[in-house]
Design a protein around this ligand. Structure first.
Ligand SMILES: [Zn+2]
Length: 456
């Protein structure tokens, strides 16, 4: 099989070729651990888990290193500690473990390595010193700053001009900066703040620095894939590149892969809008149904925006119920090519999900079992899955929907109801109809010509 990935750096879909097929290296920016991860944080975890599974399949598990870091020193963590009176280490330990547990509940495999920022402070101090030595950084007023104009290629990943970069980074225009775009590598710590001794005084690292150091130490100078959410392209990834290229004179990563934004009910997720969901809360509301959250997160192509709704989770549960019943007692065969080809085409998970439905309708159950295992879906015994508490069972029909078929005319009727709802901007109703139909195995496809449907 072939693997093609869209590379943010070159802005095109490229054939993936690793530097060393016996040592394929991927780094994905991980969480800052001061609170539970929200569902937007879970999207890259699930997306890059699919990529990790695919790379392991192609190159072999022992030839693959997947690193996902833990940011355990950060101003947000310090603020949380001050607010709650807690110890920094107990806050970071608690939320790092919650992150592992919650992402594990979404069937995301643990990364091969999980470097912690606080475990790499000497390396960070060393990298800052090398950047100064090479003329890319300077010390001023207790800080060390990266001098952006010193690196001609700065801005290539995000494709921004200087003014956009300065505005986008919302950088402080401080008097000690040589250039307004310069960013912090090291900053001073007050007496009551955590800090480490350095040649520039007691202080702590800037956020961007840790990833460059953890990659250099654990994976090497140039890696194959660097991933994360699209919101990290600028300034975080641009600054990681600046630091690493500044010390090595070599690219940091050959393929830059970014997942799109996540909205909830069509709006940006925010605490003030009341549409802010942590994975932890969702797992309480949908106990034992992490796979349904996973399926929902994979329902859109990873580069597209994803609108996350609880109805989407309900539809995914209904879909999974169907597969679970079909697969009870079935042994896995080989992973079907149709699945590998869909995923190999820039991780086209919506196409792969449509292929799962096709395998189900063709009753290729050993193939469906293997495909579901491969995608991290349907990994329990049927009775374990069904036995898990279903606090939301009122909204679902638990009849044997495998043999239950909606009539064509009834589906047509619902599709035109949905079109009317969309016309009158009643997107909640439109989404609900789509989700309900998906729950019955009916897939809607919208195009400029209108909506068509098919049975999955
Ligand atoms: Zn990073």
């Amino acid at each position: 099989m072939i693997l093609q990935l869209y590379n943010t750096l070159t802005r095109d879909k490229q054939l993936f070729a690793p530097i060393d097929p016996k040592n394929v290296r991927m780094y994905v920016c991980g969480p800052t651990v001061y609170d539970y991860a929200h569902v937007g944080n879970a999207r890259p975890v699930v997306v890059f888990d699919v990529l990790y599974r695919l790379l392991r399949h192609i190159y072999g598990e022992s030839h693959m290193t997947y690193a996902r870091n833990i940011t355990d020193i950060d101003d947000k963590i310090m603020a949380r500690a001050a607010e709650t009176g807690g110890e920094i280490a107990s806050i970071t330990d608690k939320y790092a473990q919650a992150y592992r547990d919650d992402m594990g509940a979404l069937n995301a495999l643990p990364p091969t390595i999980e470097p912690h920022a606080t475990g790499h402070v000497p390396e960070m101090i060393d990298m800052v010193a090398r950047l100064i030595e090479r003329g890319h950084a300077y010390a001023a007023d207790g800080h060390v700053l990266f001098n952006v104009p010193s690196l001609a290629s700065y801005g290539k990943l995000s494709n921004r001009n200087r003014d956009e970069m300065i505005a986008g980074a919302r950088v402080e225009v401080a008097s000690y900066k040589k250039d307004p775009a310069d960013f912090v590598l090291w900053k001073p710590s007050a007496e009551d703040q955590p800090g480490w001794d350095s040649p520039w005084g007691r202080g702590r690292p800037g956020w961007h620095l840790e990833c460059s150091c953890m990659i250099e130490k654990n994976l090497g100078e140039t890696i194959d894939i660097h991933g994360g959410g699209i919101d990290l392209v600028f300034p975080h990834h641009e600054n990681e590149i600046a630091q690493s290229v500044g010390v090595h004179g070599a690219p940091l990563a050959n393929y830059w892969v970014h997942n799109g934004y996540l909205t909830v009910n069509g709006e940006k997720m925010s605490k003030s809008l009341g549409n802010f969901f942590t994975v932890h809360e969702l797992l309480e509301e949908f106990p034992g149904k992490g796979e349904a959250i996973r399926l929902t997160l994979l329902s859109a192509h990873y580069r597209q925006p994803l609108d996350f709704t609880k109805d989407g989770i309900r539809a995914a549960v209904s879909q999974l119920n169907r597969w679970y019943r079909l697969l009870d007692g079935i042994e896995a065969g080989a992973v079907p090519d149709s699945i590998l080809n869909a995923l190999g085409d820039d991780l086209n998970t919506p196409r792969a999900i449509a292929e799962l439905n096709k395998l189900a309708s063709e009753r290729d159950l050993p193939g469906l079992r293997a495909a579901c295992d491969f995608m991290g879906l349907v990994q329990l015994e049927l009775d374990v899955w069904e036995g898990r508490k279903q606090s939301f069972s009122d909204s679902l029909t638990f009849t044997d929907s495998v043999t239950f078929v909606l009539s064509n005319s009834y589906v047509d009727e619902l599709v035109s109801k949905r079109a009317e709802a969309k016309k009158s901007k009643d997107f909640a109703t439109a989404d609900k109809i789509r989700a309900d139909l998906l729950g019955e195995g009916i897939i809607l496809e919208d195009s400029p010509q209108g909506t068509t449907w098919r049975r999955g």
